[in-house]
Design a protein around this ligand. Structure first.
Ligand code: HEC
Length: 210
């Protein structure tokens, strides 16, 4: 039933059945009034007699807390202090909690270019066509965050920050860590002393940029 006939119906019904019933008709979304099951209670709706359902076989919730919560939150521990906004102050993971391999970096580059680079720029310096159109608060250069813990970058990708949205729906946990690893690679790539390069990389660089 579309909204309009329902509204007309409830306006007609209201004087007939009193306050309680008209409220239910006027606010059909009030879920506490809809038939529902209660957690941990029996149910005669399902054949097994239980109200609570098990996840379909072979599936896991996307953000399931594992035995290693740092993996899914980026948070290593809590300081015990509470921030002015009421949230617990976190210590972010100072290391990427998955093996950083060439494949992980390759995945991170792919996902970064598609998901983050559109705003933060392919080099991570905030230089992008989309960023130039964002007048309210342009995406910052990620090189300014070179000293932030990897867990913090993971947390921003997971929950968003300020005007930036969460990318947890677009990127799996592994992909987010891959992006974090690639952001680190970008940060290093723009700030590396020439003297610390291996001779072959240095030679290549000097050939490309004489
Ligand atoms: C649609 C544009 C957009 C995309 C896509 C985007 N960001 Fe952002 N990002 C922003 C903006 C805008 C800000 C500044 C938000 C603010 O200060 O309110 C920001 C801020 C940040 C910050 C700084 C947070 C801080 O503490 O100041 C980090 C780190 C970051 N983004 C990482 C990422 C990563 C990683 C991705 C990809 C998963 C990503 N962003 C995707 C627009 C974007």
């Amino acid at each position: 039933m579309s909204v309009r006939p329902l509204l007309v119906l409830s306006l007609l019904a209201a004087p007939l059945c009193g306050v309680a019933c008209s409220e239910q008709l006027l606010n059909p979304m009030a879920d506490h009034r809809q038939p529902r099951e209660r957690a941990y209670r029996p149910s005669d709706f399902y054949a097994d007699g239980l109200a609570m359902r098990a996840p379909p076989a072979g599936t896991v919730p996307r953000e399931r807390r594992t035995m290693n919560p740092t993996l899914t939150t980026g948070i290593a521990s809590y300081t015990g202090q509470v921030a002015p906004n009421g949230e617990r102050v976190a210590r972010y993971a100072s290391k990427i909690p998955v093996p950083v391999t060439r494949d992980l970096l390759r995945l991170g580059r792919k996902r970064y270019d598609i998901t983050c680079g559109t705003c933060h720029g392919p080099l991570g310096d905030g230089n992008s066509i989309v960023g130039k159109q964002m007048s309210l608060r342009p995406p910052p250069s990620l090189h300014l965050y070179a000293n932030r813990a990897p867990g913090y970058i993971f947390e921003v990708a997971t929950h968003g920050f300020g005007l930036m949205a969460s990318y947890a729906a677009e990127l799996s946990v592994e992909e987010r860590w891959a992006v974090v690893a690639y952001v680190r690679a970008l940060q290093v790539s723009q700030n590396v002393p020439v003297g610390s390069l291996t001779p072959d990389v240095r030679r290549q660089l000097e050939q490309e940029h004489p």
